[in-house]
Every structure is written in C-alpha cells, then in structure tokens.
Design a protein around this ligand. Structure first.
Ligand SMILES: [Zn+2]
Length: 106
C-alpha cells in the first residue's frame, strides 16, 4: 500500500507511515454499511408470503443474496426463500393428499 499523506510505498496494514508518520487507519465511509437497501429481502418475504407469487419471492431472494454483502440483509433473503420453499412443499403435500384421496375414491 501507499502512504495517503506522502505517497511512499509502505508495508500493508501499516497503521502509521514509517516515512512521515501519517495515520494510515482506513477512514470509515459514513453510511456505507447502513445504506445497503433492504428492498430485495423485504420484497422476497412479502412475495413469498403470497402463495400465488412464491416464485417471485424466490427470485427476489436470490437477487438479494447476489447483491447483499451484509449478513443481516442476506438473512432476510433466506427467510423469504425459506417461506417460499415451505409453500411449495406444502402445496406438493396437499396435492399428494388430494391425489391419494382421489385414488381411494375410485
Ligand atoms: Zn507517509
């Protein structure tokens, strides 16, 4: 890395420049972490909660997982995908029960 004050090459992860003594601590960029939008995770959960739109829930969840770097937001997407998969499993089970019932009626 290079000193942000004098521009000389200094060892990586140096806290201070050995040449000029300038502080090399990374300046936290205000709001960078919190500005990440939760919209994909929220959309994922909202659509996953609507049985007819679970596919959209999965799609938004996957988009969110590809977009998000924050664990908290990724969790939202996993919740959305989880709800969507739960619906799909439920529909398949209900369908199987209905199928079995219709066979037993014959
Ligand atoms: Zn320096």
């Amino acid at each position: 890395m290079y000193c942000r004050n004098c521009g000389k090459e200094i060892p990586d992860n140096s806290l201070y420049c050995p040449e000029c003594g300038a502080n090399q601590k990374p300046i936290p960029q205000a709001g960078q972490q919190t500005e990440e939008t939760k919209v994909w995770g929220i959309l994922s959960i909202v659509f996953a909660a609507i049985p007819a739109l679970v596919l959209l829930g999965i799609i938004f969840g996957v988009i969110g997982l590809c977009t998000y770097k924050q664990k908290e937001n990724q969790k939202l997407c996993w919740i959305g995908i989880g709800i969507a998969i739960a619906w799909v499993v439920l529909v398949v089970i209900l369908w199987l029960i209905a199928f079995a019932a219709s066979i037993s009626l014959l």
